[in-house]
Design a protein. Sequence first.
Length: 125
Amino acid sequence: MSANSDRYETAVTRYLEAWNTGEPDALAKAVAAAWTADGRYTDPLADVSGHEQIAAVIAAAHEQFPGFAFRLLGTVDGHHDTARFGWELVAEADGSAPVAGFDVVVLDAEDRIRIVHGFLDRVPA
């Protein structure tokens, strides 16, 4: 772990805050705080660029999984401008986690996300 490892943890914290924001105005602000203006998000189900499209993907996840929150799994590992971390989608009602994944993020010089490479490790049938 490098001496500036907190930059990766801070970026991932902002990222998860965006994923856990449901209200549209707050979501727009959270996405703008986490991503660069031309930021990109990719996973097996999405490939989008820009704050509006990223916010739309997050809003769709909230519609599909109401009452769930994204939580960090384990620790954030990073070097240079790249970090990786695991996450799970947890039901606030019973603690079940039907979805889990692993993301790799690339940061800019201001520690905002330029690109996310998302992988889904566990999804509902």
